[in-house]
Ligand binder design. Structure first.
Ligand SMILES: [Zn+2]
Length: 92
């Protein structure tokens, strides 16, 4: 019984450490520059809004792009310049 209790204590401690340690670490690494629109990103392939907690992320040319699905990420990976140019043209 004593062994089980200490194991349980260790498991809880480990869980807490993983949860808070990892969360803080990811927050530090995810946003290198104080980007104004880091709350949501627009998928450059299909134009959907993708929140940081879902989809796929990729760093390209010092910018973080987010994609709603693996298909969009693969499409961007194949021709990144095509989608970045398209996005810039729409803005101006
Ligand atoms: Zn998409």
């Amino acid at each position: 019984m004593d062994g089980f209790l200490s194991f349980l204590l260790f498991a809880v401690l480990f869980y807490v450490m993983m949860r808070f340690g990892c969360g803080a670490h990811m927050r530090h690494g995810d946003h290198p520059s104080g980007d104004a629109n880091d709350a949501k990103h627009v998928d450059p392939v299909c134009g959907k809004n993708v929140s940081p907690s879902e989809g796929y992320g990729k760093m390209y040319a010092d910018r973080l792009y987010r994609f709603c699905s693996r298909q969009c990420l693969d499409a961007f990976d194949a021709e990144p310049d095509r989608y970045i140019t398209k996005q810039l043209e729409e803005k101006s």
